[in-house]
Ligand binder design. Structure first.
Ligand SMILES: [Zn+2]
Ligand SMILES: [Zn+2]
Length: 173
């Protein structure tokens, strides 16, 4: 179903006009090993593999790979950006409000833009980005015993919005 295996390796970097570096290869590998990880998650994995590598180098590699379409960046409200290598199939995401775990859900229709807008206002729509929010089975089971205390407030999921904004601004430079 997914095209994960096709985006590994130096050839793909070259084909997308990117210079092949150890950092970029390690970043691609890390994202493929741990889809939907944050930039910090990727940094930890890359550092474990390469040893000395700066956080900024990993962020730069993520930015370059995302710009070239090798990786996809998902930016859920109130959460750090997540990265994945499953690109181009217009799949969507489920996110647990409680633990933040994100999983793929296939495109509801099968191809982009998936959803038909009630009114397109004359726009040529080419994509609909859908995030389904809720509670994962694990979290639902954990809080089932304490009914009443488990109300989900979207405001409480905003852990590091400012920090994340800074990071994105840096990636754009
Ligand atoms: Zn959960
Ligand atoms: Zn995904």
């Amino acid at each position: 179903m997914s095209s994960d295996t096709s985006i590994n390796g130096p050839d793909v970097l070259r084909r997308h006009g990117l210079q092949v570096t150890a950092q970029r290869l390690a970043v691609v590998g890390a994202v493929s090993d741990r889809p939907h990880g944050t930039a910090d998650d990727v940094y930890r994995l890359v550092r474990a593999e390469l040893g000395a590598v700066s956080r900024q180098a990993v962020y730069d590699a993520l930015g370059a790979l995302t710009d070239k379409g090798l990786l996809r960046r998902i930016q859920p409200a109130g959460s750090p950006a997540r990265y994945e290598n499953r690109v181009g199939d217009n799949h969507h995401h489920l996110i647990c409000r409680t633990c933040g775990v994100m999983v793929d859900v296939d495109c509801a229709v099968g191809d982009t833009p998936c959803l038909t807008a009630a009114d397109d206002s004359g726009y040529e729509i080419d994509e609909a980005e859908v995030i389904y929010w809720g509670r994962c089975p694990g979290c639902a089971a954990t809080t089932a015993g304490s009914a009443g205390a488990g109300t989900t407030d979207p405001g409480t999921t905003s852990n590091h919005p400012h920090q994340e904004k800074e990071r994105r601004d840096r990636q754009r430079q």
